[in-house]
Design a protein around this ligand. Structure first.
Ligand code: COA
Length: 286
């Protein structure tokens, strides 16, 4: 049998992207091909073992732009960790993790990932962290509804979203992420119940769920200046009883009544300033 080749030059070539897309689909049944149109994250660095033209094992890094306890902190995220079934149990994942982490360690002090299998990553120095969601009842106020539902199938709407992403400011200074929009967009494509709404008076796009029900979930705010929660609720014309916020709420001019710890599978390696506090980094990722 031919030996495997190690490569780290393929994350942005069309051949590399198509093999990564195929591997991710075969292993996770997640289709990342919409990013061919919506835009791949240019910061991705992929580490992989290839058998000829076939990618059989991969670990990718991507730049995370985090705000943690008032400071902008450069970090790497780990994604697309996958080994084809016939190649498992041979140490390929361990080898690729070591290579990826030595690349990351030379550049940043923090690496972060999300997983359903923490035991895979504890041997590499990762530890679990908990996020929280925040909620409160809503007092009925007069609303000034003015919004437009965006569709990622419409080029014009994608342009609106890209523009506002390029100007976005952090939703929280305690803990939030201003990453490339690729994972945000994939989350929308993968989750039909998430709505993206453009609020022109606030120069904002919000991602929400459950707008028609008694309790709405606010998942993200993309805006150059973060509006208050009251302004957002009013601009959406939302008249339900309760709001759930999946963001750290320090910039929303709002005091939550409840906070609920949630395990979203996040793990960190390195100093993570908000550890032990209640925060939500970002729900808009897959
Ligand atoms: C998880 C996965 C990447 C492991 O790849 P692999 O090449 O078989 O792993 P390795 O042979 O390098 O094993 C490295 C270590 O991980 C351990 N390991 C492998 N699969 C594991 C699992 N599912 N749970 C816990 N530990 C696991 C191995 O026992 C080994 O431990 P050791 O160093 O003490 O011997 C591979 O099974 C896979 O692609 N699974 C499906 C996708 C997936 O779950 N990806 C991770 C999502 S976060």
């Amino acid at each position: 049998m031919k030996p495997l080749d190690f490569r780290s030059d393929y994350a942005h070539s069309s051949e590399g992207l198509s093999e990564l897309t195929r591997l991710i689909y075969d292993v996770f049944e997640v289709d990342v091909s919409p990013l061919d149109r919506l835009g791949h994250d240019p910061s991705v660095v992929a580490f992989g073992w290839w058998l000829g033209n076939e990618l059989v094992a991969n670990v990718s890094l991507y730049e995370r732009r985090l705000w943690l306890m008032g400071e902008q902190v450069p970090a790497f995220g780990v994604q697309s960790v996958a080994v084809r079934p016939e190649w498992r149990g041979k140490g390929l994942f361990r080898d690729l993790m070591r290579r990826a982490l030595s690349f990351a360690d030379a550049r940043v002090n923090l690496v972060i990932l999300a997983t359903g299998t923490p035991s895979l990553y504890t041997p590499f120095g990762f530890r679990q962290i908990k996020e929280a969601t925040f909620s409160a009842g809503l007092v009925q106020q007069q609303t000034r509804a003015r919004y437009r539902l965006l569709s990622l199938d419409e080029e014009r709407d994608v342009a609106v979203l890209r523009d506002i992403f390029s100007r976005r400011s952090p939703t929280s200074l305690v803990a939030s992420a201003c990453d490339h929009p690729a994972l945000f967009m994939l989350k929308v494509v993968e989750t039909p119940e998430i709505e993206l709404l453009h609020l022109p008076d606030l120069d904002a796009v919000v991602a929400v769920k459950g707008r028609e029900g008694p309790s709405m979930t606010l998942l993200d705010i993309v805006a150059p200046s973060i509006p208050s929660l009251e302004e957002i609720v009013s601009a959406l014309g939302y008249t339900g009883e309760r709001i759930d916020v999946h963001l750290t709420p320090d910039r929303l001019s709002w005091t939550p009544e409840e906070q609920t710890p949630v395990d979203n599978g996040y793990m960190v390696r390195g100093f993570f300033a908000p550890e032990g506090r209640a925060y939500m980094l970002s729900a808009m990722r897959i």
